[in-house]
Design a binder for this molecule. Sequence first.
Ligand code: THU
Length: 133
Amino acid sequence: MYNVKELIQKAIEAKSKALPIYSNFHVGAALLSDDGKIYQGANIENSSYSLTICAERTAAFAAILDGKRKFKAIALVGDTDDYLPPCGACRQVLSDLCGKEIDVILVNGKDETKTVKLGELLPYSFGEEFLKK
Ligand code: THU
């Protein structure tokens, strides 16, 4: 298993580094690789709005650049009352890079957590298997 509280704490720490200069919506993520390393991510916005990148993807890309290919879990935090779910684009990227079996740990405004498999959040999805002949 792994330390859920530590992963959430790392996501909260990452959230403080977010740059949501237009939306003011701060998001932090912490992605755990299978060797126990944690990769932090935060949303970084851009004056050309569509170039904004979400917290989950900054974490995933940092891990990939560090040579990691296997993952256990990702924690996601925002300043929302309800559990903050990953956006559709991030579900696709996490599915491709981290796999449908990772745990997605959601946190709400009461610091309660809900853990779901990424596959539950992205059923009947596109993936690399469709690109193989
Ligand atoms: N955002 C994330 O970082 N992750 C998500 O899954 C949802 C949205 C960011 C993108 C943008 O900077 C801000 O939240 C508002 O959409």
